[in-house]
Design a protein around this ligand. Sequence first.
Ligand code: MSP
Length: 508
Amino acid sequence: MPPQPAFYVTTPIYYISGTPHIGHAYTSIAADVLARTARAHGPARALTGTDEHGQKVANAAAAAEMTPQQYVDSLAPTWRELAPAFDAKFDDFVRTTEPRHQRACLALFERMREAGDVYEGVYEGWYCTHDETFWPEAKLVDGRCPNPECRRPVQWLSEKNWFFKLSKYNQPLLDLFRGDPDFLRPQSRYNEMMAILEEGLEDFSISRSSFDWGIPLPGGGVLYVWYDALISYISGLGWPDDPDGLYAGFWPGMHLIGKEIARFHTIIWPAMLMSAGLPIPKRVFAHGWITSDSGTKIGKSLGNAMDPFAMKAEFGADSLRYFLMREAPFGSDFSISMEKLRQRHNSDLGNDLGNLLRRSLAMLQQYRNGLVPQPTEGRVQERVADLPALVNEHVMCLRFREALDEIWNLVTLLNRAIDEQKPWELYKHGRGVELDALLYDLCEGLRWLSLLLFPYMPSKATEIWHQLGLEGTPELPWDEELVWGRLAAGTQTNPGAPLFPRIDPPAA
Ligand code: MSP
């Protein structure tokens, strides 16, 4: 079997003219959980970035009385801060105004032209600048953009552009979808895209000629912003020159996207790659939307954006990360509110996990001077044998919530062991062997929790690790570390501050 490429995950590159909101943080956090889990098994890479060209940016720059370049340079730092603010670790951040990206776009365009798939034509039709999308007349709703979240007036275009023979790839795409139903998940999005493919694809314009804020093409015009943006997934790996071997080592990868951009990622992008003779992505997962309590998608243009930085200030990055991954299946819409965040923080994190750590270490302190006892054949060991494989499988299939449910079974098991075996009574009655067995199970179980929860809550998981008296971080290979009994007897634990102090609603 040829060597398999290492794990690679991307977020969409975010429109630079927007303001980071909780929806953007959601995709970036999910990509980070995935990448951190993959890194526990081997090399993995994660990419994010900004989408900086197009008519919308050109218009916004003009309104701000800046050149487009000044405008995007002034906004890029805010977007760079988004992922680190939520402890999401990306290996690279690609900006579409970088020379490496421009080179890749022109190289791909050239390859597609050599394949005979690019021709000159006139685009006469409608365009939504806000969504940067061409719309045929028949799709408009009351003469406006058909995207229910947009519904802005559209603009009539008549431009001499380059067209891509997308229609030529209709059948190969149908074959792809039919041959690999996992190519696009969840099923609802798959069905939606199949309907588009079955209706038939038309060629479409991949350049613009009525403004110049984009990647210039030889002979005039600039690349259409979506064509340019999609290529970031490989320009961010160094394609075509591949000076560091990243493209060779990591492509093809997996794309995480919001459900509204599935057509670009699963129809247009694979067709572009097929035309250029490059491998198509392994999988695309289109997640749901975060909505406000009224059910509207949260976004700046709707005026209800929830500020992820304010949420972080109140709950901390880890608690927010946990909430986003636990609240709903990854493909579904769900609503967010401070009350819901508070609820999960206090109950799952404070009562279940935080208290487990606190009471386990307090008892160890009281009965055994804080020293981990000798490992004995514990009851927990056999119950967790399959847990690492199960968690990994769930995460790799984007079932974050189910993975957390499995991890929480261990939290519950350990809490129940305390409640049922009552260590204070074992101590009182001098049943030292049983007490040691229970205390060891608790500490070793907590070490496992620290390793398994690290992808979700990197800083709290590291705190657990340190309170257990371990050095470094739990960013370690699961195969070696998730072996029951590795926690050495005699380890001096180090109980610290509560992990998740209670957060009460503001006084009315
Ligand atoms: N620039 C394009 C993507 C190009 S990728 C080659 C774009 N940018 S965007 O700034 O609008 O970001 C869209 C992405 O942000 C969505 O696909 C999704 O990942 C995330 N979200 C934006 N709002 C969201 C919610 N309300 N809920 C969940 N995620 C959402 O489209």
